[in-house]
Design a protein around this ligand. Structure first.
Ligand SMILES: Cc1cc2nc3c(=O)[nH]c(=O)nc-3n(C[C@H](O)[C@H](O)[C@H](O)COP(=O)(O)OP(=O)(O)OC[C@H]3O[C@@H](n4cnc5c(N)ncnc54)[C@H](O)[C@@H]3O)c2cc1C
Length: 508
């Protein structure tokens, strides 16, 4: 059934939430009026793992409040091989964040149901609780959309009276309101966004008091055991220790008095963000934005408040945070082939095809690339930064992906290796930004054609000499060597082993 952008009859969507942010996936019966002992409203949290500044939770709470129904939050872990093949690195971050969220939910007396058998358990939970409405997060990525379709299908079949809504709590402007089609470039997207941004970029209301929970209690969660069990089932990419998960840590990264991005570091964003030797010039917010530990809208609101202090830097940050980030969601939402060459524009597919058979100076296997065994010390350093630190500098990501195009046997292989490595090692990987970043670098997405050259055709080219002119390449390589050698606080035995392994491969 096609989602509709208007609330179903009988449902009191007394917004604080902009109506266009909410889609009705299944109208159900609506909620009974207050006093009729209505079933609870369940918020199925997925992409936006936070209690603060969360439009989906606020919408669920307003539905519940309108009929004096209780409210619950449910999170469903995708079973092995996990969502988008999450590794230990990403799963550890996710679960440690959820552990804090569950404690915060308990303080607010909101029951938190953690389901470990996958999204197919959501309809059963909804039925068991006798829920009257389910509110789901939005993600443009295939497996999440498929899971949501399956949940809605099951509810329509077995519990047709349950109302199902979806809320885009991730984007400042909901993806379907920003544009009704696949956008060609940041330019076309920006002009549409600028027309509606003020309507959506508004302050969040507080989450009000909830009706006391009088139903089945969530099972107690033994978090240590759960984290150990899940992480031991996942592919063993060590967790990171420089970035604490959770909402409080995310707000500290944004506004902290010690090292907060907007409070201490934003000034140099405009001038220094493209220097890989100055990683602190970047916000460092991508892990939090990816897991939804912070709302992009909160970041934008706080940045705007400080615009008078560094207008150029704030404008540049808002361009990345809103326009570029939400353009990535636009691409993945409207382009089913968002992670393959088939998703590139015609001109790019043609030029890549024309040059697919060009002779390459080097051809490396995925394994050689993964182990940073190329002849280019700068590229190797960027790969090691990603493998060990879990976050490669944004400028290096472009160089890194473009070299994979140069050094593999064709664009399809290049794209699949880039996505594989990006998603395996980046703490912010498995994200629309990652698919679009790889597509931009390898398939010219959201870019223009450039002077034609071997292998790249008209795709924008980057080389070592250009990097050398732009920044101190040796200083970056030394910085990464220091990162690799640093002992890790979390799970020291494994991190040290892998650091030694990769230090060795770099020396070879
Ligand atoms: C090949 C390649 C792969 C990438 N993979 C990912 C990925 O897996 N996950 C990811 O979040 N980003 C990815 N990016 C985009 C960008 O490099 C990162 O978002 C950024 O480096 C994250 O660091 P930061 O938060 O400190 O950046 P900041 O410069 O401080 O940016 C703030 C936020 O703006 C958004 N943003 C910044 N640059 C971009 C961009 N080019 N496109 C879309 N949004 C952007 C991000 O949400 C980021 O967190 C990739 C880019 C390329 C070229």
């Amino acid at each position: 059934m096609a989602p509709s952008a208007s609330p179903s009859p009988g449902l009191a969507v007394t917004a604080p939430v902009h109506q266009a942010r909410v889609r009705v996936l299944h109208p159900g019966q609506g909620l009974s009026p207050a006093g009729a002992n209505p079933g609870p409203v369940v918020y199925w949290m997925l992409r936006d793992q936070r209690l603060a500044d969360n439009w989906a939770l606020l919408h669920a709470a307003s539905l519940a409040a309108a009929s004096a129904a209780p409210l619950a939050v449910a999170f469903s872990l995708f079973p092995k091989p996990f969502l988008l093949s999450a590794r230990r690195r990403q799963l550890g971050f996710l679960l440690r964040g959820l552990r804090r969220l569950a404690a915060d939910a308990a303080t607010r007396r909101i029951p938190f149901f953690l389901l470990t058998g996958g999204p197919t358990e959501i309809p059963a939970l909804v039925r068991r609780l006798g829920a009257s409405a389910l509110v789901a997060d939005f993600s443009p990525l295939r497996p999440v959309r498929e899971a949501l379709d399956a949940v809605v299908g099951a509810l329509c079949r077995d519990a047709a009276s349950v109302t199902v809504h979806q809320v885009d709590a991730h984007n400042v402007v909901p993806v379907w309101a920003a544009s009704g089609k696949l956008e060609y470039s940041a330019k076309t997207f920006r002009s549409k966004m600028n027309k509606v941004l003020d309507e959506y970029l508004v302050e969040f209301p507080e989450l009000g008091e909830v009706v006391p929970w009088d139903r089945e209690q969530p099972k107690d969660i033994d978090w240590d055991t759960l984290i150990d069990t899940v992480c031991s089932q996942a592919e063993d990419v060590p967790e990171i220790d420089w970035c604490e998960p959770g909402e409080a840590a995310a707000m500290e990264a944004l506004l902290g008095t010690k090292d907060g991005f907007l409070t201490k570091r934003i000034k140099s964003y405009d001038s220094d963000r493209n220097y890989p030797t100055k990683p602190m010039a970047l916000s460092g917010l991508s892990p939090y934005l990816h897991f939804g530990h912070i709302s992009a809208q909160r970041c934008a609101l706080e940045a705007k408040k400080r615009r008078h202090l560094s207008p150029k830097s704030v404008d540049a940050f808002l361009e990345e945070l809103i326009i570029r980030r939400e353009l990535a969601d636009n691409f993945c939402y409207y382009q089913p082939h968002y992670d393959s060459v088939a998703g590139a524009w015609e001109w790019a597919r043609k030029t890549l095809k024309d040059h697919a058979a060009d002779k390459r100076e080097h051809i490396y296997t995925r394994e050689q690339l993964e182990n940073a065994k190329t002849a280019d010390p700068l590229w190797n350093a960027s790969q090691l930064e990603m493998v060990h630190h879990g976050k490669m500098h944004g400028f290096m990501r472009m160089y890194w992906a473009k070299k994979i195009l140069e050094w593999t046997s064709g664009p399809e292989e290049a794209l699949s290796i880039a996505i594989y490595l990006n998603d395996k090692y980046h703490i912010d990987g498995r994200d629309p930004n990652g698919y679009v970043g790889c597509m931009w670098s390898i398939c010219g997405l959201h870019d223009q054609g450039w002077k034609e050259r071997p292998v790249f055709g008209k795709i924008r080219y980057m080389n070592y000499a250009g990097c050398k002119r732009k920044f101190n390449v040796d200083a970056y390589i030394s910085y990464v060597k220091r990162l690799v050698a640093q002992p890790k606080k979390r799970k020291p035995e494994e991190s040290l082993n892998s650091a030694a392994k990769y230090s060795k491969s770099e020396k070879d």
